[in-house]
Design a protein around this ligand. Structure first.
Ligand code: N1C
Length: 264
């Protein structure tokens, strides 16, 4: 790219051609980055054909208007890497990503989050989109939540969380944030996509772990949680909620001798 800077100082036409070349070079480099991240993360999971998954991933958004990628566009990708049942280990979360992953990084025997599965881990923290008339993947200039609902990243998390919730069974856990105004927020993925997909025939119990700061007041009593409780009761799913301090959760991660979940 240093060469690009030098050549751009040439005459008008050369500068224009160089600019076009450099821009396309820049975009190729960008798309090569997401490709290599996808493959290197995917290859850590031995049992999958990463090329097949990359193709299924790309067909969802490549050559499409980035505001017109519906949730169903990812059906073939989900079908190519279906989620496995993780009875009693499924961990949902909302606005507690760092605390949850801090714990699962240390105690991967206890809980499985969507980011611990192949698809979730491969695409975690990435941004991508396509463009009509182009076969490239872009990682900048993609529409955000506020610009359009049917954007490639939102639709992916929506589709994958639905599939992840579909296979949940036994006792499931959800870590919610007790330091925000509405810990169980109807607009969150957890409330709008995952909870409605719990199958009463499969999910027996929902244990909410309310992450609070030390000595803070209980947040399991928040009105939004009363709604969650009523929703579960109506569907014959047992509901529990426990306020647990963030520091306690961090401690739990460093105590492998304590049984999963028995730490709080
Ligand atoms: O909207 P949220 O939380 O309630 O979504 C979290 C919920 C979890 O239980 C996950 O299973 O939905 C699933 N999920 C992810 O796994 C995920 N990884 C990364 C949802 N979103 C995920 N992301 C990104 O975080 C995504 O870009 C989305 O916008 C945020 C949502 O996080 P949130 O609002 O804290």
């Amino acid at each position: 790219m240093g060469l690009c800077k030098k050549l751009l100082i040439g005459d008008g036409i050369t500068a224009l051609i160089t600019l076009i070349l450099c821009l396309s070079l820049g975009l190729t480099v960008v798309s090569r980055n997401i490709t290599s991240t996808f493959f290197s993360r995917c290859e850590k999971f031995n049992e999958y054909d990463c090329q097949k998954l990359w193709d299924a991933f790309q067909q969802a958004y490549v050559n499409k208007d980035p505001c017109k990628v519906p949730v169903e566009a990812y059906d073939p990708l989900i079908a190519a890497a279906p989620f496995k049942h993780q009875c009693n280990k499924t961990m949902f979360w909302s606005k507690t990503k760092d605390v949850v992953h801090g714990l699962t990084a240390k105690r991967n025997d206890c809980f499985v989050t969507l980011e611990d599965t192949l698809l979730g881990s491969v695409l975690d923290n990435l941004t991508w989109c396509g463009k009509e008339g182009s076969n490239d993947t872009f990682t900048t200039g993609c529409p955000g939540w506020s610009e359009c609902v049917n954007n490639p990243v939102r639709s992916f998390w929506n589709r994958s969380s639905a599939a992840f919730a579909d296979v949940a069974c036994g006792n499931v856990t959800a870590m919610l944030n007790g330091s925000i105004n509405t810990p169980f927020n109807p607009t969150s993925n957890f409330a709008s996509v995952e909870v409605p997909r719990f199958k009463a025939s499969r999910v027996k119990k929902l244990n909410v772990v309310m992450v609070i700061q030390k000595n803070a007041i209980s947040n399991c009593n928040h009105s939004s949680l009363k709604e969650l409780e009523a929703n579960m009761t109506k569907r014959s799913i047992t509901y529990t909620c426990k306020d647990v301090s963030e520091s306690r959760i961090q401690e739990c991660g460093s105590k492998p001798e304590i049984a999963c979940g028995a730490c709080w």
